[in-house]
Design a protein around this ligand. Structure first.
Ligand code: SF4
Length: 268
């Protein structure tokens, strides 16, 4: 937090990269938090859901290539805690894990490519992502939602009505923090008529780890396996500020609204 506050006061161009789960954390959703972050001193706010959109496309391509090469199934790779668990606890699952970079990595990289002096601050729901950000050269700092909540309180912005928007990400990218959202986004990017059975592991407990071992041994009942460490997805990360049920409700309402806006734009 101190590093981020120093960067904000240094006069440099500091970008906030907001994880998709942020949409469920505070009343007012993405518009409100975007406005609040700009008010705090960030020069721009970028939805990591744009990176999630790119991930869904890349994972769909990778899925097709892997199936053609004879691999029976592929797991998603966007949950940092799962990636670490696969390395340390279930190494036999590694050949089946997608090699697509995470939404955080793609979003931070695209900002650094456009602005070489950019300072990037990823804001997310968990400490596993902090590890990932520390390992990523394009991500400079990391704040959890709970840390951001403290900054908002100190800035007296929790009661503010400031609203701003950036180019909104798609429904697919914004749906990543909910169980089933990543698999649905990958399937939406597969060619029409591509038949795929997907399952989700949500909550990486001992039983789930044993399940993954069994899949790697040849007993996977699906071709696409979404794996999220937290039960319910990133809305239940260890550093969130809203209850998972409230966050789910807010995100589902935003997704319905985005869908209605897309339909209205298509009719025009
Ligand atoms: S599922 Fe949990 S551990 Fe995995 S990225 Fe989301 S919040 Fe982090």
């Amino acid at each position: 937090m101190i590093d981020v506050l120093r960067a904000l006061h240094s006069g440099g161009r500091v970008y906030a990269l907001i994880a998709p789960a942020i949409a469920g954390q505070w009343d007012g959703g993405i518009e409100w938090i975007t406005g609040a972050l700009l008010k705090i001193g960030f020069c721009a706010v970028k939805e990591v859901a744009h990176g999630a959109d790119a991930v869904a496309k890349l994972e769909a391509d990778e899925f097709i290539k892997r199936r053609r090469s004879g691999l029976p199934f592929m797991t998603t790779s966007c949950c940092s805690a799962y990636i670490q668990a696969a390395r340390k606890v279930v190494p036999e699952i590694q050949p089946f894990v997608s090699s697509t970079p995470s939404p955080l990595q793609l979003t931070a990289k695209s900002i650094k490519e456009k602005d070489k002096d950019a300072v990037t601050v990823f804001i997310g729901p968990c400490i596993a992502k902090r590890r990932e950000a520390l390992d990523d050269v394009a991500a400079d700092y990391y704040l959890t939602f709970t840390e951001l909540d403290s900054i908002l309180a100190a800035s007296d912005l929790k009661t503010s009505s400031v609203m701003e928007t950036d180019t909104p990400a798609s429904i697919n990218g914004r749906g990543f923090p909910l169980t089933g959202g990543v698999a649905a986004a990958v399937i939406a990017n597969l060619p029409r008529g591509h038949d795929v059975r997907a399952i989700s592991i949500s909550g990486l407990n001992r039983a789930a780890l044993r399940q993954l071992q069994s899949y790697a041994a040849g007993n996977c009942p699906a071709q696409l396996v979404e794996v999220m460490n937290c039960d319910g997805g990133c809305i239940n990360g260890p550093a969130v500020v809203a209850s998972p049920s409230q966050a789910k409700c807010r995100i589902e309402s935003m997704l319905r609204q985005t869908q209605a806006e897309c339909r209205a734009a298509e009719i025009k």
